[in-house]
Design a binder for this molecule. Structure first.
Ligand SMILES: Cc1ncc(COP(=O)(O)O)c(C=O)c1O
Length: 477
């Protein structure tokens, strides 16, 4: 007699499966960008607080109807705006089960299977990314929180070397920490530093070019303040260009000056999984901490990031915590010892399923395919009149600029044209791109992170770019 438990669940879950499949199956034909306006979405969704209960299946179906046109097709094959991955089927399914199982994955005692699955995910991730097998790790919400986690460990380590216990005494009166970074870092690092009480003023910026942070520029900065607790920030995969810092040169230099080296590898670290791209990450394993994402290139559903720290003790000191009402384990993994969150989603299940379903070879192929597709879009567009390539993809990121054909057109005209053509592509619904300002000029980013993109999607996208360059063509205003 299982009916009493099943009854409330099966009608809503059966219908939700149908809704989800309709959404996923319809992705190739639906516009990739959102089509509903803010006013429409508010008008549909902003109901008075329901005074009484409603049928769960109807609530879910109504929700799906109301958000229609307000979802972007990031899990489809022609989403090239920002670095956003889709969801491989096994990871999506495991993510559903994560909700069905509803484990509080803070501690082994509360959710044993979740703790063991995360243990295994950590081992697999270190192996896949070519990082030290002895490193500690945490599965967090994204690269932002991976930075917070890693930099908390960095703060602990550099201050404890200076004789200061930051977990006990906090930052008031602590020796100042200097953070040395290339000037093209991602904004989430600054947010992490702010959260950790380090503030923007602690950052020393070094201008970088496409070769990344040069040793010749880093060394004088480090030498100028010997003995100051220092964190050096490096990048595996610049968000605009996919550029990598020269790890083999700069990590040993930073270590010679006693600095902690943290790497933002939100997506770029995954280049290590593809034999054709692995050389870009050479030497990265010598760093002290690494932040990366599952919801980008591994194609795990949102949200999922990974913090990895070479100095396990510094990591553990930054988060470990004991309370009398919880049974801490001496032998199993208690995630609260490594994670900033306390109660938390068991996000290991989706990562586990993604890695298990793709395997080492499949992940490398996924990464290489995205790189190939990014190049094919850039080269396909480059063959069209009035398209300038600002950056050919090293990995999965490229930059295009659309030139104003009028004689005497200025940079501002090219900026405007770039935005107009991008907007026309988006309005066609065929593909989603976004603009950025790179080296002072507007350009359209070509960013490919989804497992679902096919060669046909690439051809269709190049045709959409071609059509957008000719606004008089049918279908364009
Ligand atoms: C290089 C880089 N670092 C960090 C982040 C932040 O990642 P998340 O949004 O997962 O926190 C991103 C996101 O695009 C990124 O591209």
């Amino acid at each position: 007699m299982t009916t009493t438990r099943r009854e409330p669940y099966s009608p809503v879950l059966d219908r939700t499966l149908k809704v989800a499949l309709e959404y996923l199956d319809g992705l190739p034909e639906r516009p990739v960008g959102a089509t509903a306006t803010l006013a429409e979405l508010r008008q549909r969704l902003d109901r008075p607080l329901p005074p009484e209960a409603s049928d769960p299946a109807e609530v879910v179906e109504q929700l799906a109807r109301d958000v229609a046109g307000g979802l972007t097709g990031s899990t489809g094959g022609r989403f090239f705006a920002w670095v956003i991955g889709g969801s491989v089927p096994a990871a999506l399914a495991a993510d559903w089960l994560t909700s069905a199982w509803d484990q509080n994955a803070g501690m082994y005692a509360v959710a044993p299977a979740a703790a063991v699955v995360e243990e295994v995910c950590g081992r697999w991730l270190l192996d896949l990314l070519g990082l030290p097998a002895t490193a500690s790790f945490a599965l967090v919400t994204g690269c932002q929180m991976a930075h917070v986690t890693c930099l908390a460990a960095a703060r602990n380590a550099v201050l404890s070397k200076a004789g200061w216990d930051v977990e006990e005494r906090g930052l008031f009166g602590a020796p100042p920490i200097r953070v040395v970074s290339g000037d093209q870092r991602h904004g989430t690092i600054e947010r992490a530093l702010r959260l950790l009480g380090l503030g923007r003023a602690s950052i020393v910026d070094i201008p970088v070019d496409e070769g990344g942070l040069a040793r010749a520029k880093l060394e004088p900065v480090l030498a100028a303040a010997p003995g100051v607790p220092t964190i050096v920030l490096l990048q595996a995969g610049d968000l605009n260009t996919g550029a990598f810092d020269p790890f083999l040169e700069v990590i040993p230099a930073a270590h010679e000056h006693g600095a902690w080296v943290h790497v933002d590898g939100a997506f770029g670290l995954w280049a290590a999984t593809s034999p054709a791209h692995r050389h870009l990450t050479a030497g990265v394993e010598q760093a002290d901490s690494w932040a990366t994402d599952g919801h980008k290139w591994l194609n795990v559903p949102y949200d999922c990031g990974y913090a990895i720290v070479a100095d396990r003790e510094a990591h553990r000191r930054s988060f470990s915590h004991r309370v009398a009402y919880l049974d801490h384990s001496d032998v199993a993994r208690d995630q609260v010892d490594w994670n900033p969150e306390y109660s938390r989603r068991a996000r290991g299940f989706a990562t586990y399923a993604a890695i298990a379903s793709l395997g080492r070879e499949g992940i490398g192929r996924l990464v290489a395919d995205c790189c190939r597709h990014a190049s094919a879009i850039v080269e396909g567009a480059a063959a069209l009149p009035g398209v300038q390539v600002l950056c050919r993809p090293r990995i999965n990121q490229g930059l295009l600029r659309f030139l104003d054909p009028r004689a005497g057109a200025t940079e501002a005209d090219h900026d405007r044209r770039t935005e107009e053509v991008t907007a026309r592509i988006v309005a066609s619904g065929e593909a989603l791109f976004a603009c950025t300002t790179w080296r002072g000029v507007r350009s359209m980013r070509v960013s490919v992170s989804g497992w679902a993109t096919t060669d046909e999607d690439v051809d269709r996208t190049v045709r959409a770019i071609d059509a957008a360059l000719r606004p008089s063509a049918p279908g364009h205003a």
